[in-house]
Design a protein around this ligand. Sequence first.
Ligand SMILES: [Zn+2]
Length: 391
Amino acid sequence: MDRTSRNRPAWSLACEGCGRTHTAFAAFRGCPDCAREGRTCVMQVEGALPLAPAPGAPTLGEGGTPLVRAPRIAARLGVGELFFKLEGANPTGSYKDRYVAATLAAVLPFGVDRIVVSSTGNLGVSVAAYAAAAGMRCLFLAASGLPRAALVQAQAHGALVAMTDAQRRNVLFEHAALERGWFPVGLRMPRRVSNPFGVEGYRAIAIEVAAALGRAPDAMLFPCARGNGLFGAWRGFSAMPGPRPRMVACQPADANSIEASLRAGVEMPLELPPSTSIAFSTRESQADPMALRAIRESGGTAASVDDAAILAAQDELARSGIFVEHSCALPLACLPGLLARGALRRDETIVCVLTASGVRWAEQMPDFPAVPEIAPTPAALDAFLAAAGAG
Ligand SMILES: [Zn+2]
């Protein structure tokens, strides 16, 4: 291998607007041709980023997460083949680790040494951890209201962390990226600053699920904010031979950009007013157009539910041993409605992707009774059990 081919990546970038391909870096600024004509267009990776970590790229062992059954939930719903993909088993507790690992593998050969992220929690913590693994500097612009556990973990990894207005943090993110030279590990979306690489990491979710089942499922339910995860997994399924699943976006009732846009029949997702849903990580006002396109290509659909349904689903998962943050309960919360309207059938193989653990979200959980302190005596334990009706 000569020096030229070693330095040239095996992928290029295609503009989703004009279709022209680019090999130049600065991919996060979108398509330069469209920018000259006053349009903001996102780039998409052509060719394939390697799924295995590139030599020298940081990995913390992301991916390879469990696909499990929850028999009592399946029995209640009357769905025989119901599976949960436990993305909380990733190194920092969420599927964002796949996104961040893929991003850093793509940009490290270009000498990037400092990265900025704007996040409602999981992405920020993941970027902080992988920056630490790679020896890079990390600036984390956290949405106000983010749980302390996320801030502390990011600080422990050595990130510079600042909290700011959840609705307007993008201004600071773009400033850091465009004016201050921080590489933006942001989301994939039609904005001035976008990340075309991260979604490639989500292709592995499709590959892992198909390998575990021996074939693609009939339907794949994702909690969706922008829909980056759903889109990335669909790219994985699209590259496989044979039947593909219907992709189903599950959203909070007041942040249902995908559902509302499918209903309206539009290509550019509708922008909604700010959400107040308890599902913090999915409080996004506007989805990615590629998520919409993926759902339509797959013959899929979208659904939304209110906070009460989200809390009930989260509780049911927890009582089956699966502890997730509120937004990750969306697929289970949406399942009964999808079955009722015939969007899913009870004889189908259904996979719910549970994108993150609930561990860092304890402050957002429902109020449980205070844990009592009891004396270290058998009598005190007997009294405690009797009071709980568990004697
Ligand atoms: Zn273009």
